[in-house]
Design a protein around this ligand. Structure first.
Ligand code: AMP
Length: 221
C-alpha cells in the first residue's frame, strides 16, 4: 500500500486483510510499538518520527523482514502498509523477496488532493493525538513523500503491478474498484459457496472453498 500520509493506507490495508485473510504489516505501527515499549530501536527512531522524517533504511528492514517471515508462516500472505518508502528499500525488498521466493502481486497507490490529506490528518490528531499529526510536521511528511516515496510509483507501474485509486470519494466505491482489480488478477479468495450447493457432476467431492483458497494464499499483496 503506497500512499501519501492521510490517503487512507491504514484503513484500506485493514479492509484488504479482512478480505484476504493475509496479515496486516504496518511499518509505522511496528515502530510506534517499539517506542511504546521503550526498546533500543524505539529510542533510536522516536526523534525521526516526531519530526516527520523517514527512519534510516537499516533500522526498518530488520523489523519488517521479521514480521514478513511470521506472516508468511501464519497466513501465507501480507499487506504491507507504509513499506517500502524509498527506492533503496524497494530494491532491497525485491532482493530479499527473491531470496525467500516471495512475489509482490499488487501495489495500491492511493491519492487525494493535498488539502484533503491535511484536513484528514488534522481530524485524526483530534481523535488519536499522534505526535506527527501537527500542521508543520504534516506538511513536512508530504514533502518527504514527494521526494523519497513518489519515485516508487513509476518503478511499480513499470513492473505492471500498480493500481492508482482516488480515495476522495465514498469508501464503498474505493473498495468496489479495488475488489474488481484484485479479482481480475486472481488475488482475492473466492466468495464462499452458498450452503446446500450440490457437488460437481461426476464427482463425489463437495465443492471446497478451502481447496480453492490454497491457490490465492500463495500470493501476497
Ligand atoms: P505511518 O504510520 O506509515 O504514517 O509512519 C509514521 C512514521 O514512521 C513515518 O513518518 C516515518 O518516520 C516512520 N516510517 C514508517 N514506515 C517507514 C519506512 N518504510 N521507512 C522509514 N520510515 C518509516
Amino acid at each position: 500500500m503506497l500512499s501519501p500520509p492521510g490517503a487512507g493506507k491504514g484503513t484500506h490495508s485493514r479492509w484488504l486483510t479482512e478480505q484476504t485473510g493475509a496479515a496486516h504489516i504496518s511499518s509505522g505501527d511496528l515502530l510506534r510499538a517499539e517506542i511504546e515499549r521503550g526498546s533500543d530501536l524505539g529510542k533510536q527512531v522516536g526523534a525521526y518520527i516526531a519530526r516527520g522524517d523517514l527512519v534510516p533504511d537499516e533500522l526498518i528492514l530488520d523489523i519488517l523482514m521479521s514480521a514478513v517471515i511470521v506472516a508468511v508462516r501464519d497466513t501465507g500472505g501480507y499487506v504491507l502498509d507504509g513499506f517500502p518508502r524509498t527506492m533503496a528499500q524497494a530494491l532491497r525488498a525485491a532482493e530479499l523477496a527473491a531470496e525467500l521466493s516471495l512475489t509482490s502481486n499488487a501495489v495500491i497507490y492511493l491519492t487525494a488532493p493535498e488539502e484533503e490529506l491535511v484536513s484528514r490528518l488534522l481530524d485524526r490528531a483530534q481523535r488519536e493525538g499522534r505526535v506527527d499529526d501537527t500542521l508543520g510536521v504534516i506538511r513536512h511528511r508530504l514533502a518527504v513523500f514527494a521526494k523519497e516515496t513518489a519515485p516508487l510509483i513509476d518503478y511499480y507501474r513499470g513492473r505492471g503491478i500498480l493500481l492508482e485509486l482516488s480515495t476522495d470519494r465514498p469508501e464503498a466505491d474505493v473498495h468496489a474498484d479495488l475488489r474488481d482489480w484484485l479479482n481480475a488478477r486472481g488475488l482475492l479468495p473466492p466468495e464462499p459457496a452458498p450452503l446446500g450447493i450440490p457437488p460437481r457432476a461426476g464427482s463425489d467431492e463437495p465443492i471446497s472453498a478451502s481447496r480453492n483458497e490454497a491457490r490465492w494464499r500463495s500470493h501476497s499483496c
